[in-house]
Write a protein that binds this ligand. Structure first.
Ligand code: MTE
Ligand code: MO
Length: 335
């Protein structure tokens, strides 16, 4: 199988705006010596740059994992203005059934996931199939800050500053053939490192899929990091999908294969309960899940006794950008 090398022409010139790792770490050290505070905000760390862009309280890089610097997004209105969810919450309240079904399980169990070496295979109806090393995928396009809401079908939401680039950057380079109508996403299924992979909750590997126009939409990202650092294992390291206008489960974690198909792919949740989880699964307050309403959501981190629920927004608040993809479709039928 073809291994794409650094010489194969996919190198993206790193913008001089991207702070190199050593400079970044140096600034952190300086910050630490100065005791943070106002002086820290003046430095172009991830947190302050993001805050200046969004007018929210600066969030410090958590300092847990390797830095993954990012540019402010070039995609118009790509980010929400909401305050990001606390890193602690975003990394301890997860759905990643390969590591257990309790929200706290992935944080406890996902350390066993082996994320290096990692490759993603591109196959199916595409002119340039092949196996891409993670290092090459990382450099395929500039990493951007994309702070998106993620709304789970279960009725909670988070605001996460993802680091990644539009999936369309990759799709364009591999040149899908005319017959390619859908993109299927296959995720890691390794019984040696994923404790719950033999549990009967789902058929493994966890599969997801998008229509080609959804996959090509600039808001759909391949994400390699969050909060200015590489992804924690429990959040789908080393590379995951993030589709902000769809329920969280459409955002497959720990991707190993991207396949271009003519037929609409089977997805893990559709196979498990077709009546409850459709192929599209667009966030829609007007289409209830058969067993509960989808009109409201609880923002993780706002769970005090008197915390108000929030109204769920059409397409999770991204209607202006993605509504057109579904013009003329009956969203009750194609849920
Ligand atoms: N491989 C895989 N990807 C997955 C899941 C999963 O169980 N396995 N859960 C999905 C669901 S239901 C949600 S809500 C999001 C949660 O992402 P987070 O834990 O980073 O917030 O991941 C999605 N991606
Ligand atoms: Mo979810």
């Amino acid at each position: 199988m073809l291994i794409r090398s650094h010489r194969s022409g996919f190198d993206h010139p790193l913008s001089s705006e991207i702070t190199s790792r050593s400079v970044y770490e140096g600034r952190r050290e300086l910050l630490r010596l100065m005791g943070g505070g106002i002086a820290g905000v003046a430095l172009a760390t991830w947190g302050s740059r993001q805050a200046m862009a969004q007018g929210v309280t600066p969030t410090a890089r958590p300092g847990k994992l390797a830095a993954l610097p990012a540019l402010r997004s070039s995609v118009a209105a790509a980010s929400t203005l909401e305050q990001p969810t606390a890193y602690k919450d975003a990394t301890t309240y997860n759905n990643f059934y390969e590591f257990g079904t309790d929200k706290a399980d992935p944080a406890k169990n996902a350390h066993s996931l082996k994320t290096s070496p990692w490759t993603v295979e591109i196959e199916g109806l595409v002119k340039k199939p092949g196996r891409y090393a993670l290092e090459d995928l990382l450099k395929l396009a500039a990493q951007e800050d994309r702070t998106y809401r993620l709304r789970c079908v279960e009725g909670w939401s988070m605001v996460i500053p993802w680091v990644g680039y539009s999936l369309s950057e990759l799709i364009r380079r591999v040149e899908p053939l005319g017959g390619a109508k859908y993109v299927e996403f296959v995720t890691q299924a390794d019984p040696k490192t994923m404790r719950f992979i033999d549990s009967p909750v789902l058929d493994w590997p966890y599969l997801e899929g998008l229509r080609m126009d959804e996959a090509m939409h600039p808001l759909t990202i391949l994400s390699f990091g969050m909060y200015g650092e590489v992804l924690p294992n429990q959040n789908g390291a080393p590379v995951r999908l993030v589709v902000p206008w769809k329920y969280g489960f459409k955002s497959g974690k720990s991707l190993v294969k991207i396949r271009f198909t003519e037929q609409q792919p089977i997805t893990a949740w559709n196979r498990a309960a077709a009546r409850e989880y459709g192929f599209f699964s667009n966030v829609n307050p007007n289409v209830d899940h058969p067993r509960w309403s989808q009109a409201m959501e609880r923002r993780i981190g706002e769970d005090g006794l008197f915390a108000k629920k929030r109204k769920t927004l059409m397409f999770n608040g991204y209607e202006a950008q993605v509504g057109q993809l579904y013009a003329g479709m009956d969203l009750k039928k194609f849920f």
